[in-house]
Design a protein around this ligand. Structure first.
Ligand SMILES: Cc1cc2nc3c(=O)[nH]c(=O)nc-3n(C[C@H](O)[C@H](O)[C@H](O)COP(=O)(O)O)c2cc1C
Length: 254
């Protein structure tokens, strides 16, 4: 790739141990493809106050706007987002969860369609699938569809790191190809239906959540089939349309 691309690694631990180590392995590999990795440790971000002002008044009204503004600026400058978390009790770490909570308005008003994401979980052994299942849902709702994911079981890594090294080489090549070819996302039935149900809800709640409604209107999502240019299956789209009509009908009935 001629042009340098930036990856922002959003890290859900303050330790420079396993998760960081795996990120560094990706950094070394991705350098070969002209990617630069930048690191954002998320533990210094204040706890979400739970006021929902970001939803009702806008993110600038968040009582801790300064710390999240800095991260949002970094996110907007990056080409690719890596979300990396240790598994804590079969889920993302509290640090990662708080970061996601602080950005709850991203889920209502997705905007990261010009970026792709990649997900990493490190675990002693268990809970990786559940953790990345959750993160996968989050990034899709933000708009930056995942190009891939990796679960590293440190109990096995310690005995045989070669397998992980090979997987990282393979995945780095995939990331390079996906970014180079600017591959369109391919939403499944769940995502197409989710988009349409969100649209019904956003219109229904336009008086309570006017910022959401404006975002959707200005993005032309009140008429479109999906948030962005995507590879959409005709049959899945038809099915999603059908579900939207049924939900709209139920809401109109009251
Ligand atoms: C609070 C806590 C909960 C954990 N829960 C799990 C778990 O459910 N399953 C598991 O296999 N490992 C679990 N672990 C181990 C970590 O996921 C694992 O050591 C991880 O690689 C640590 O990443 P780090 O070194 O980047 O902090 C837990 C560790 C902590 C501190």
């Amino acid at each position: 790739m001629k042009e340098e691309k930036t990856i922002l690694a959003l890290i859900g631990t303050k330790r420079k141990k396993s998760t960081y180590k795996i990120l560094q392995m990706f950094e070394d590999e991705l350098k070969k493809y002209n990617f630069t990795m930048k690191y954002a440790f998320l533990h210094k971000i204040a706890f979400c106050a739970g006021c929902e002002r970001c939803l009702y008044e806008g993110i600038e009204s968040c009582p801790y706007y300064e710390d999240i503004e800095e991260i949002i600026k970094k996110i907007s400058k990056a080409d690719v987002l890596f979300l990396a978390t240790p598994v804590y009790c079969d889920a993302v770490s509290g640090i990662m969860k708080n970061f996601i909570d602080r950005l709850v308005y991203f889920m209502h008003r997705p905007w990261l369609f010009n970026k792709r994401s990649f997900l990493i979980a490190t675990t002693k052994y268990s809970g990786g699938k559940e953790t990345l299942g959750y993160l996968d849902n989050v990034v899709r709702r933000w708009g930056c569809f995942p190009m891939g994911k990796i679960i590293v079981r440190m109990a096995l890594f310690e005995k045989n790191s070669n397998q992980v090294t090979k997987e990282i080489e393979k995945l780095s090549k995939k990331i390079y190809n996906d970014v180079l070819n600017n591959k369109k996302p391919k939403p499944g039935l769940y995502e197409l239906t989710y988009f349409r149900i969100m649209r019904v809800m956003v219109s229904f709640a336009k008086e309570y959540l006017p910022l959401d409604y404006m975002h959707w209107k200005e993005s032309n999502w009140l008429e479109s089939d999906f948030y962005c240019d995507a590879n959409i299956s005709k049959s899945k789209n038809l099915l999603a349309k059908f579900v939207e009509k049924r939900v709209q009908k139920a809401i109109d009935k009251g």
